[in-house]
Design a protein around this ligand. Structure first.
Ligand SMILES: NC(=O)C1=CN([C@@H]2O[C@H](COP(=O)(O)OP(=O)(O)OC[C@H]3O[C@@H](n4cnc5c(N)ncnc54)[C@H](OP(=O)(O)O)[C@@H]3O)[C@@H](O)[C@H]2O)C=CC1
Ligand SMILES: CC1=C(/C=C/C(C)=C/C=C/C(C)=C/C=O)C(C)(C)CCC1
Length: 317
């Protein structure tokens, strides 16, 4: 149970990746300012979180089952929270989907929206009325750079994050009237199971109904570039957890929070040209005309950011 002065934080999707690291980071807060309710849809996956939480488990961190795709599960979970009192809701659960749209069934696409869009809407609908009554609360939503800008072959995932951005941008204004803050977190690539799951799915893909050129552009052009980008600019889940901690501890939390300075110029293309031509043409050229150049650029970037060059040039040893 939360002790007085502690903020109750409920996080979705804590079995792995970013959700797990947010839960542990907040539970380990030196001043014990948070009572963390870490949730996951399948409690059989709890061991990794419990191990990472160490002795905070049962003290500042507790576990509850929650599937964001089920009305019943969401209701039951929130009813199990003392007085339904949640100060900070962190909507983290999400799934990826990659590949040519011709090979993806409408059912698969709906599942992505069910989690990434309706999952968040379901959580907000359940938690918001109590926050409104108390005239306080903070809702954090895990969006993505793909919530701001489309990325080739990520069409449906991107659309689900855009949908959420639109929903939240609209909600933020009303919520502000009730003293409830809403913050979007927009990471670029992050090394988690998200990346591994997508690569595993791609390995199993059969591309029914997709022409040979499209399959080639996806497998031989997009995938290697995407791997380069993950290698060069991928953040760690802890980086995102630290960013979220900063956002919730800010006296005036920002609505938008890009987490990766290296990716910011890519997103800026969209805002630099209202016709949309600059970003579409630049992405086209980067992918189809400068693929090998991009590989070299990313390798240099990786070298600069991994600090091995700095060690070699600056270290007195
Ligand atoms: N990794 C990346 O490059 C980026 C990720 N993001 C976003 O970050 C968030 C976290 O992803 P990340 O940590 O990377 O990936 P992971 O795959 O490691 O984690 C996703 C989490 O969401 C959970 N989840 C999926 N569906 C549901 C559901 N119906 N109900 C409850 N939980 C569910 C998963 O649970 P289970 O184990 O049961 O499947 C898992 O705990 C996602 O919203 C993602 O879109 C944003 C930008 C970049
Ligand atoms: C290939 C390619 C790109 C790929 C970007 C990627 C791969 C971003 C991944 C973001 C993730 C994983 C977000 C998750 O929510 C760019 C930079 C647009 C430029 C054009 C070529």
């Amino acid at each position: 149970m939360a002790s007085s002065g502690q903020k109750v934080v409920l996080i979705t999707g804590c079995s792995s990746g970013i959700g797990l690291r947010i839960a542990v980071t907040l539970a380990k807060d030196e001043k014990k300012r948070y009572h963390v309710i870490a949730t996951m849809r399948d409690l059989k996956k709890k061991d990794k979180l419990i191990e990472a939480a160490g002795d905070t488990y049962g003290k500042t961190l507790m576990l509850l089952p929650l599937d964001v795709c089920s009305d019943e599960s969401v209701k039951q979970c929130i009813n199990n929270v003392k007085d339904r009192h949640i100060d900070i809701l962190i909507n983290n659960a999400g799934v990826g989907l990659l590949g040519p749209v011709e090979s993806i069934s409408i059912e698969e696409m709906k599942k992505v929206f069910e989690t990434n869009f309706f999952g968040v809407v379901r959580m907000i609908k359940e938690v918001m009325p109590d926050m409104k009554k108390r005239r306080s609360g903070h809702i954090v939503v895990m969006s993505s750079v793909m919530g701001l800008q489309g990325v080739v072959f990520n069409d449906v995932y991107t659309a689900s994050k855009f949908a959420m951005e639109g929903f939240c941008e609209s909600m933020a204004v009303q919520l502000m009237k009730f003293n409830i803050r809403l913050s979007m977190i927009e990471p670029g690539p992050v090394h988690t199971e998200f990346e591994t799951k997508m690569m595993e799915d791609v390995a199993k893909m059969e591309y029914p109904g997709v022409d040979a050129d499209t399959v080639r552009y996806f497998k031989d052009v997009y995938l290697p570039s995407s791997i380069d980008i993950f290698d060069a600019m991928g953040q760690m889940p802890d980086d995102i957890a630290k960013c979220i901690k900063k956002v919730i501890e800010s006296s005036s939390p920002r609505f938008r929070n890009l987490t990766n300075n290296l990716y910011t110029p890519i997103v800026a293309l969209k805002y630099a040209d209202e016709t949309g031509g600059l970003s579409v043409n630049t992405f086209y050229n980067l992918l189809f005309n400068f693929g090998p150049l991009m590989h070299i650029t990313m390798s240099i970037l990786k070298c600069l950011t991994c600090s091995c060059l700095r060690r070699r040039t600056i270290s007195p040893n």
